[in-house]
Design a protein around this ligand. Structure first.
Ligand code: GLA
Length: 395
């Protein structure tokens, strides 16, 4: 079965855009192995848009740009496979890709066969330049069938940006993941907006077909194709990675793995975080509380209080994991430090139950002992706390 758990890998778009080549892809493959990503579970190496010539050949086939890929795509695939990785490519359901290259509308069966002949294992299928008269569901279903017809296992990563509520139907056309939002940018506002926009859809994501909140920008530091706005801090990138793991989302790294600082290498290979993301039960997180951070208002105007409420800024989540474990998250989306409240009764654990939650901090490894009644940690602005928990008898 493809995508029993959320797919993990790397995609060229966020950092490189059209600056892709045979040499770059081979280097990334090398780094995925030498820096431990492959062994941590990152499997797919995906070339995004801008890999082909601007025209099909005389037989109507897509042609890799010989300047970028002088040995063709089969050679790239063979190299990636020789490293124990899987190879992903990109096309689009419209008449041209987003960057204006030929795409697969009315060429689905030809292109799927081409991809299969190169040894492709994953297809990201975009939505630009889609004809107004076209039927989106039919076109994704058509490419899905064309991929099946090749007889090769090709993971279908359907990227229609959340148009026409894909969480309601993408699983039914055979896709293994569906992009649920517009493009991520490498800044705090972008990734927090994406996460919040999907809160109601996490229940429509799971084994076989996952909600894809877009490629990660973790560690990019504003240097790349989707750099826009204020550069993220370490804590903000840690929040992005943790939220994607909490949601059980596909993790497609977007940073330049050749120059990533060590703290991001360990973040994206953190065993606890990956274990949460990859949990075999693939359950969505349970939203315990969606509250407001109370921040100080040092110079209140007349009629104002010396504090202010920031709506939709303090979130608590609980996620059931396999083996009797749980994840508990306190997210502070505001700028201000805050104590975030969680009454354990709100996650089904009244004091009278006789049970407590034993917590371990995922980021520090610290064990906090058994909690009953409530647990209200203080969380800096733009940061979160994440705990792995177990039920124990009350002390
Ligand atoms: C769209 C997609 C992006 C990327 C670009 C490539 O914007 O959403 O993820 O694939 O196209 O042009």
């Amino acid at each position: 079965m493809l995508a029993k758990r959320p797919p993990l890998g790397w995609n060229s778009w966020n950092t490189f855009g059209d600056r892709i080549s045979d040499a770059l892809i081979r280097e990334i493959a090398d780094y995925m192995v030498s820096e431990g990503y492959r062994d941590a579970g990152y499997e797919y190496l995906v070339i995004d848009d801008c890999w082909s010539l601007r025209e099909r050949d005389e037989n109507g086939l897509l042609v890799p740009d010989p300047k970028k890929f002088p040995h063709g795509m089969k050679a790239v695939a063979d190299y990636i496979h020789s490293k124990g990785l899987k190879f992903g490519m990109y096309s689009c359901a419209g008449v041209m890709t987003c960057a204006g290259y030929p795409s697969s509308y009315d060429h689905e069966y030809t292109d799927a066969a081409t991809f299969a002949s190169w040894g492709v294992d994953f297809l990201k299928y975009d939505f630009c330049n889609f004809p107004e008269t076209g039927n989106c569901r039919v076109r994704y279903q058509t490419m899905s069938m064309a991929l099946k017809a090749t007889g090769r296992d090709i993971l279908f990563s359907a990227c229609n940006w959340g148009r026409q509520e894909p969480w309601r139907w993408m699983a039914s056309v055979g896709a293994q993941m569906y992009r649920s939002t517009g493009d991520i940018m490498d800044n705090y506002v972008s990734f927090t907006g994406i996460f919040k926009s999907q809160l109601d859809n996490f229940c429509m994501s799971g084994s076989g077909c996952f909600n894809d909140m877009d490629m990660l920008t973790v560690g990019m530091g504003g240097k790349g194709n989707v750099g826009l706005g204020k550069v993220c801090t370490y804590e903000e990138y840690r929040m992005q990675f943790s939220l994607w793991c909490l949601a059980g989302a596909p993790l497609m790294m977007g940073a330049d793995l050749r120059s990533l600082s060590p703290e991001y290498v360990s973040l994206m290979q953190n065993n606890d975080l990956l274990r949460i993301d990859q949990d075999e039960e693939c359950r969505p997180p349970y939203l315990i509380r969606r509250g407001a951070v109370t921040a100080s208002n040092p110079e209140p105007k007349e009629g104002e209080f010396p504090w202010r409420q920031i709506p939709d800024s303090a979130f608590t989540f609980f996620r059931h994991l396999s083996g009797g474990e749980f994840a508990l998250a306190y997210v502070n989306f505001s700028d201000a430090e805050a104590q975030i409240h969680c009454e354990l009764v709100d996650l089904g654990l009244p004091v009278t139950s006789g049970y407590a939650l034993e917590l371990r901090d995922v980021y520090t490894g610290e064990t906090l002992g058994a909690k009953t009644d409530f647990f209200n940690p203080t969380v800096p602005g733009h940061d979160m706390k994440l705990y792995l928990c177990r039920l124990v008898k009350q002390p």
